[in-house]
Design a protein around this ligand. Sequence first.
Ligand code: NDP
Length: 296
Amino acid sequence: MTTIIDGNEVAEEIRAGLADAIDTLAAEGVTPGLATVLMSTDPASETYVAMKQRDCEEVGIEAFDYELDPDAPADELYSVVDDLNADDDVHGILVQMPVPDHVDDRAVLEQIDPAKDVDGFHPENVGRLVAGDARFKPCTPHGVQKLLESIEVDTEGKDVVVVGRSNIVGKPMANLLIQKAVGGNATVTVCHSRTEDLAAKTREADIVIAAVGVPELVTGDMLSEGAVVIDVGVNRVDADNEKGYELVGDVEYESAKEKASAITPVPGGVGPMTRAMLLWNTVKAAAEAADIDVDL
Ligand code: NDP
């Protein structure tokens, strides 16, 4: 029997756990605050930001919403980030990517106060993660760790193949997995578009984590019997339905499910976890700013 890993259920447990921490902070007069900054009219970005704001409200985090005209000068965005850095009610700042071409996205990430960088993308936080002293674990890889924990998969000593080397998923995922810590201690191979014979690599893995952005790239015949499969991918493909599209992952679900001992669906696997871990990081940021111990 293949275990279908229910990301919605695990995310709900994470949110329930955060409620205690939020109560502890409330007792000290602290309400965690997350500011989202959107400089785009891309429907997907608008939806992501709206979902993040709704998630905040549901758990008792105050959501601050900033929307900038995509044609506004870059300085306007920098100035909003400066204001948010200085605002004591804001504990986390999230600038929704991608920003328009005339804005230097690296410069924006570097401008965010590292103590409020709940995405974990500021170079200082990337450095801390690599050094094994993470302040904020990036939300998607952290969510993947929680999913593995939820089905009691111990990564210690396991061979893990991460397909994808982006700064937001693949690289931090690999870094977390090699840490000398719970949820780490794995032997990790990172694959990418220049990898030769991807299937030979994935067939050797106990755990395959796909973060590629190519629909259904990883198929069942690329897996070993009993592998654990985590599908980070979210891809829109044309479909004969009302919307005209459907979401599929980077893993061919049906064939992979035949081989896997456990697998995440798309949607309903990693996606809800990314959102839950953003809330987690915001609560952590608020607790650290107020110097209050909370159980996370
Ligand atoms: P990027 O496009 O930034 O990175 C994709 C990576 O996949 C690159 O390293 C690329 O290699 C590699 N790659 C591309 N084609 C192949 C191939 N044929 N074989 C092996 N490797 C390949 O994507 P992201 O990391 O941002 O996102 C990956 C996927 O995860 C997307 O579908 C995205 O929508 C989804 N996502 C989902 C989230 C969630 O919460 N569920 C959160 C974030 C992302 P190279 O470096 O050589 O170009």
